[in-house]
Design a binder for this molecule. Structure first.
Ligand code: IVH
Length: 718
């Protein structure tokens, strides 16, 4: 097997002709094999990116030695012959493929090449579309009726998958779909992509796995596998979608630009590619970046964009190299899934003792980053995917997710791969591992396991928990190794001399760390709860617990039933909390925290006295500092009630500016009236200063009967 890599022309030129010829033949064989795996078996063993690298190298050699090229070279046709099982269809025109650009540089080089061929390129505009990662299809319509649908096959001959395509809801069976639309062209052959959204892909794979059937590797693979089912009923069950982007041929008045083509396809009722019209190459690059940023938000998988010259005449005039039209190019995103060799499987001991396996990989670049390790999730995952040491594996790194192993390339096995046996003992402390049959994971339950302790100290000090600046993984491990801490509470008993004995610690660093530890004593209770590493209790549950338990003693007394009754805490977490507090060593830990003064108490909304309790108020006129609603809320917050009309039961009428008829009624009934300031004072609140300044003055001038200050406050006896 040839390892795909980026090869320069210089490198090839430096080889002897004999060696180069040998390499050329080997490359051809290799690519033929990959074509077969990809097109016939739907089971590729290398990633698209690696395939492209092989093709690039082949093309470079052919450029150096055009005399070697024979019609059977993979560059001379698009793919492999169609599989058995479907009727073959000869396409009316070649169904071409695309050259790739992997960088802005590549793209500009393409532009410069075609600019030399045709000066019109200089001022052309471009259409930039997503490059859909699906399966290319060709749809034939005669007088508006869908009569034939084919896969691309080798670009000359495809497979007749009409029956299957009919089950894809987005494939119009008659165009225009809207009966009031423009008349259908006499003949139209449309090219598009059958694909599956990321969400549907995930769900389908879940269903397949649940039924014990083989799952798919990626959305494209899924679309291909689903469309090429011999039984259309199976295809019909699959969530396939269509997008169209090209008119291959047709009769009638057809569009002259790519942009119009997309609009035309829409008018006929096809889902047309979302696209951006760009005035020049810089705008096209801008559009690429725009999509690259949105890559994770787009519901379908896209592996780049396609940059197309808008003017279709110019596109045609530029012609074709091999099978790639010169007038458009795929501008690929950095690859996110590659294959590499799984060198070893190791395990990590987490802060709750959970043992998680991870992969040691032959270093490989994914999207600009060298990846050496990847997660394997858990032991069950390794077993289910039958991942073996020495396997060639697919590794994926997307967005912010940690790189993970998608699965093995089963067909690349040599027989030397070794099945993996999970450890039975903790790799750090050597104690036997424990497995709850109801759970997937294995645990080291040794309380003294140094690996667990270091992880717990690290987590305790992290931003999520107590936020101790400067205390990261390395120092946590040092502290554990030097036996300076045997639990997280020991952090608060560290002495400067202890720290100075550690490697890399001088006065300043030791002082800073001690200060950071001291500063963390005042963190709110929820952070301390989080920092305890109680299984299942993260920041959210910790915040919830803080609302119900004022301190760790109270939480420690909580019963299983009590905890389960809290919304968001299920039986598993409740059990885990009760278990945690029942352990003697945790009792010791809590005592030490308390002694060190690390004992936050939840700041509960204090039960405020409710001075207006039992009183009924009516409001009239405009108050100065609150609206009607605010005044109502204010009174209610202080225990009072507000009604809308004055009666004998009314305790007070609150009078603002321009009072209404309620004032007379209150006076008639003998209901006392108060002003805004009095309302504040009765409620036990200080009136806002602006109210006082103005009011005091008025009172001094004209103490009116409408505005008396009730003489007897507070209100005992009312
Ligand atoms: S235009 C002459 N536009 O990518 C080439 N192709 O790698 C015509 N593809 O075989 C293709 N999205 O199946 C075009 N917006 C798009 C595309 C697109 C995906 C596929 C297509 C093609 C392959 C080439």
């Amino acid at each position: 097997m040839i390892r795909p890599r980026k090869v320069t022309r210089e490198e090839l030129m430096s080889m002897s002709e004999e060696a180069l010829r040998e390499r050329y033949e080997a490359l051809k064989r290799e690519i033929h094999y990959h074509n077969y795996r990809y097109y016939v078996l739907n089971d590729p063993v290398i990633s698209d990116y690696e395939y492209d690298l092989l093709m690039q190298e082949l093309r470079l050699i052919e450029e150096l030695h055009p005399e070697w090229v024979t019609p059977d070279s993979p560059t001379q046709r698009v793919g492999a012959p169609p599989a058995e099982g479907f009727r073959k269809v000869r396409h009316p025109v070649p169904v071409l493929s695309l050259a790739n650009a992997y960088s802005e540089e590549d793209l500009r080089a393409w532009f410069n090449r075609i600019r030399r061929l045709d000066p019109r390129v200089e001022t052309t505009d471009f259409v930039v579309e997503p490059k859909f990662d699906g399966l290319s299809v060709v749809l034939h319509y005669r007088n508006g009726v869908f009569e034939l649908g084919a896969t691309r096959g080798d670009g000359e001959v495809g497979e007749d998958v009409t029956a299957n395509l009919r089950t894809v809801k987005q494939v119009p069976l008659r165009i225009p779909v809207d009966p009031n639309g423009p008349p259908p062209p006499p003949y139209l052959v449309v090219r598009g992509e059958v694909y599956i959204t990321k969400e549907d892909f995930r769900r389908l794979n879940q269903e397949l796995a649940a039924r014990g059937e083989r799952t798919y590797l990626n959305p494209r693979n899924t679309a291909a596998g689903s469309l090429r089912q011999l039984d259309p009923n199976v295809t019909a069950q699959r969530p396939l979608r269509l997008v169209t982007y090209q008119i291959l041929t047709g009769e009638g008045d057809l569009p002259r630009t790519q942009w119009e083509t997309l609009r035309y396809l829409e008018r006929m009722g096809f889902p047309a590619a979302e696209a951006r019209l760009c005035k020049n190459l810089d705008e096209a690059i801008e559009a690429y970046r725009w999509w690259l940023e949105r890559r994770d938000q787009v519901p379908y998988e896209m592996d780049g964009v396609v940059v197309k010259i808008n003017d279709l005449d110019l596109q045609r005039a530029l012609g074709v190299v091999g099978k790639d039209p010169r007038g458009m190019i795929a501008f690929k995103f950095p690859a996110r899934e590659v294959t590499t060799t799984l060198l070893d499987i190791q395990v990590n001991v987490g802060r709750t003792g959970r043992i998680t396996p991870y992969a040691i990989l032959e270093p490989v670049e994914i999207g600009g980053v060298i990846v050496r390790k990847a997660t394997l999730h858990n032991f069950k995952y390794i077993q289910e995917k039958d991942i073996r040491i020495g396997d060639r594996v697919y590794v994926k790194r997307a967005g912010d997710v940690i790189p993970y192993i998608v699965g093995p390339v089963v067909s690349a096995r040599t027989g030397k791969e070794k099945p993996y046996t999970p450890p039975t003992h903790c790799p750090v402390c050597g104690e036997p591992l424990y497995h709850d049959p109801d759970e997937v994971d294995w645990y080291c339950v040794n309380a003294a396991c140094p690996a667990q302790l270091a992880r717990r100290v690290e987590y305790f000090a992290s931003r999520t928990a107590m936020d101790i600046a400067g205390l990261g993984r390395k120092i946590a491990e040092q502290l554990v190794e030097a036996q300076l801490v045997s639990d997280v509470a020991d952090l608060y008993y560290l002495k400067k001399d202890d720290l100075l004995r550690l490697e890399g610690f001088a006065e300043k660093k030791a002082e800073n760390l001690l200060r950071a530890i001291q500063d963390s004593k005042n963190r709110p209770l929820r952070r301390l709860i989080t920092g305890l590493s109680i299984k299942g209790v993260g920041p959210t549950i910790a915040a919830l617990l803080e609302q119900h338990y004022p301190d760790l003693d109270a939480l420690g007394r909580a019963t299983l039933e009590e905890l389960e009754a809290l919304e968001g805490v299920g039986p598993v977490i409740a059990r885990s909390i009760v278990d945690w507090f029942s352990r003697p060593r945790h009792r010791v830990l809590l005592e030490k925290l308390k002694k060190a003064g690390v004992w936050p108490v939840a700041r509960k909304e204090e039960e405020k006295p409710k001075p207006l309790a039992g009183l009924t108020f009516v409001l009239t006129g405009a108050l100065k500092t609150m609206t009607r609603e605010e005044a109502k809320a204010f009174i209610e917050a202080h225990g009072g009630r507000v009604t809308s009309s004055v009666s004998r039961k009314t305790s007070y009428l609150v009078v603002g500016e321009h009072p209404g008829s309620k004032l007379q009624k209150a006076q008639r009934l003998g209901v006392p009236t108060i002003d805004e300031i009095t309302l504040y004072r009765m409620a036990g609140e200080e009136p806002p200063p602006e109210l006082l300044a103005g009011a005091e003055k008025i009172e001094e001038q004209t103490p009116t009967p409408q505005n008396p200050t009730p003489p007897h406050l507070p209100l005992e006896g009312i």
